[in-house]
Write a protein that binds this ligand. Structure first.
Ligand SMILES: [Zn+2]
Ligand SMILES: [Zn+2]
Length: 123
């Protein structure tokens, strides 16, 4: 009997797929809902003026995050002004980074992630 291949659960992108620099968001649908309001507070109301947050930011990583579709839409409170905003609270920031790495690794290896982003956020 053939050994079950775990990667079949997360098939890689087909080879004929067109090369795109800017990938569709792979973390969240663009639906007008703040990602953190939704997962932290169960608040799925649509909000205006959400900020696009690149999960891996900084000079080089922001561009890679854009290319890989690793960004989320956040309300201003969860992006910048709240106590648990991603740019204020390390716990929130790292939680998102771990989640994004997990999603990335559905189609890539851990080594590919580290080569691209410099380190693993998953211990
Ligand atoms: Zn929010
Ligand atoms: Zn941001």
């Amino acid at each position: 009997m053939k050994k079950k291949e775990p990667e079949l659960l997360f098939p890689k992108q087909p080879k004929h797929r067109k090369r795109m620099k800017h990938k569709k968001n792979i973390l969240q649908e663009k639906n007008g809902i703040c990602f953190l309001c939704s997962i932290l507070e169960g608040d799925t109301r649509q909000q205006y003026g959400l900020h696009k947050h690149h999960v891996f930011f900084g000079v080089a990583n922001r561009k890679l995050s854009e290319e890989d579709g690793l960004y989320v839409y956040l309300c201003v409170r969860h992006h910048e002004t709240g106590q648990d905003a991603v740019h204020v609270d390390k716990g929130t920031r790292v939680m998102l980074q771990i989640y994004a790495q997990e999603v990335y690794e559905k189609a890539h290896t851990r080594e590919e992630f580290i080569r691209r982003y410099g380190r693993s956020y998953i211990q």
